[in-house]
Ligand binder design. Structure first.
Ligand code: SF4
Ligand code: SF4
Length: 458
């Protein structure tokens, strides 16, 4: 009799709520190699919660993997240089916030060396030792913890680690593109996570991604169906959790598993990134193979309309505006190019029917247009009071009543906003997007969560 084979059981999760933002300018699955940049940057202020303390000054010589800043709250969490060369500039923003550490690359970049673990030795490696190696290798911050989304607390064991392979916000790298040729490395990374989570690793992807991919079929433990943000680890945990402890699950993006794996397998700080450039004003819409911290100029060059554009880095709903002079942050893997849209609005702009304006409600004829729409950066109307339309409630994937939670936050009623489920908020941005009164629901809820987290830390 042959030995018993483990049966792979895939669970299905279906999200009814949510909303798909249809934006013109989808990328193809083609991948283009970007030229080597002459400089790179690390962006400390883009890493949420971290209070950066500089470990270098302008003029210092660094290698790939030299520590350049650390978190004042937890100095064991270090951030390493994505390039080898000289620290060219350290740019500060308002209140001396460290915005950019720019590294001018040498023609012949040097690497720091880290300890390695052979794949067969992984099961024998202690969890504590693995955590120390990831901390030392500057990649601990890639592992985040729910519900606050700060980096994971290394002194705890998570109920599970969720690896989300894809992302429903337009436009993000596809797993079959960034995993191409790297399946073995990814499997190594999953084994590392198994050690960290004591076997409780959840690998999730959309049903559409999995169908037709035997490799993904073998890996995935949870397949989701539904609209944005069905991919989000917080949504998954909200749907499947059986105890309050699971609210503190850890999570990591699929591409970041590759970075962890490369560090531990090769002993070098990883530098590769697959990034997508897309959107209505991108003339070339593709995947790009490039480096962490690459200049946005290099991504945009020859791939965008000549007009006045805005670069949204990291996702149309939850990303941030970047300028061509900026750089790609550690966590961001997409650049959406939108027309600035600052032409003077039409009189009674909000009330005018607009078949090409994206809209959640029937207020615009675009509600009935099921095609992709040319989004721009106009608000199409000013802010006003809540009209109790319930749009925000209808889309919220974790059943929060955003308008009521918002009011309790403004009133400073902590117990009330916790009772309203603030900590379940997955920070998807949909409530703000669908609000006809342009109330900053998502931004207010996100800030309240962050403030509450900081208070707990004190
Ligand atoms: S309340 Fe949070 S989870 Fe709900 S729609 Fe708004 S941002 Fe998303
Ligand atoms: S979507 Fe805006 S206007 Fe409608 S209920 Fe929510 S907060 Fe009020």
């Amino acid at each position: 009799m042959g030995s018993k084979q483990a049966v792979h059981v895939m669970k299905s999760i279906h999200l009814i709520k949510g909303y798909d933002l249809k934006i013109e300018g989808k990328p193809s699955a083609d991948i283009v190699e970007l030229p080597r940049p002459s400089s790179l940057a690390a962006l400390p202020f883009r890493i949420r919660f971290v209070k950066p303390r500089l470990l270098v000054k302008a003029g210092d010589i660094v290698k790939i993997g030299t520590p350049i800043f650390e978190d004042k709250r937890h100095p064991e969490v270090k951030f390493l240089s994505p390039g080898g060369g000289q620290i060219k500039d350290i740019n500060f923003g308002p209140r001396r916030v460290i915005e950019e550490i720019v590294i001018k690359l040498d023609a012949d970049e040097q690497h720091e060396s880290f300890d390695t673990i052979a794949e067969d030795d992984l099961p024998r490696f202690g969890r504590k030792q693995l955590i120390e190696m990831i901390l030392h290798g500057g990649l601990w911050s890639l592992i985040r913890e729910l519900p606050f989304r700060d980096f994971a607390r290394p002194d705890t064991v998570p109920p599970a680690i969720v690896v989300n392979l894809d992302h429903l916000e337009p436009f993000q790298p596809q797993p079959d593109v960034y995993l191409n040729g790297k399946w073995q490395l990814f499997n190594y990374g999953l084994k590392v996570l198994q050690q960290l989570a004591k076997g409780n690793v959840i690998v999730s992807a959309g049903r559409d991604q999995i169908n037709g991919s035997t490799r993904l079929n073998r890996l995935i433990t949870h397949a989701y169906q539904g609209r944005y943000p069905a991919h989000d680890p917080g949504v998954l945990i909200y749907r499947i959790k059986k105890s309050a402890a699971e609210n503190h699950c850890w999570y990591i993006a699929g591409q970041d598993v590759l970075l962890l794996a490369q560090l531990l397998k090769t002993g070098t700080y990883p530098t590769e990134r697959t990034v997508v450039v897309a959107g209505p004003s991108a003339t070339v819409r593709k995947h790009l193979h490039t480096r962490l911290g690459v200049p946005l100029q290099l991504i945009a060059e020859g791939r965008t309309d000549p007009g006045n554009n805005r670069f949204v880095v990291g996702g149309a709903l939850t990303g941030y505006s970047g300028s061509k002079q900026g750089y790609l942050g550690l966590f961001e893997t997409s650049v959406t190019v939108l027309p600035q849209g600052n032409e003077k609005g039409t009189l009674f702009d909000w009330a005018m029917p607009g078949f090409r304006k994206p809209s959640y409600t029937r207020g615009y004829l675009s509600y009935f247009n099921k095609g992709e729409l040319k989004v721009d950066c106009n608000l199409h109307g000013g802010r006003r009071a809540c009209i109790a339309c319930n749009n925000c409630l209808e889309v919220c994937p974790v059943d929060i009543m955003p308008q009521l939670t918002y009011k309790t936050i403004l009133a400073g009623e902590v117990e009330e906003f916790l009772a309203h489920g603030l900590l379940d908020c997955v920070e998807c941005g949909l409530c703000s997007y669908v609000c006809p009164s342009k109330i900053e629901l998502f931004q207010t809820l996100q800030k309240a969560k962050e403030d509450f987290c900081k208070e707990l830390e004190q």
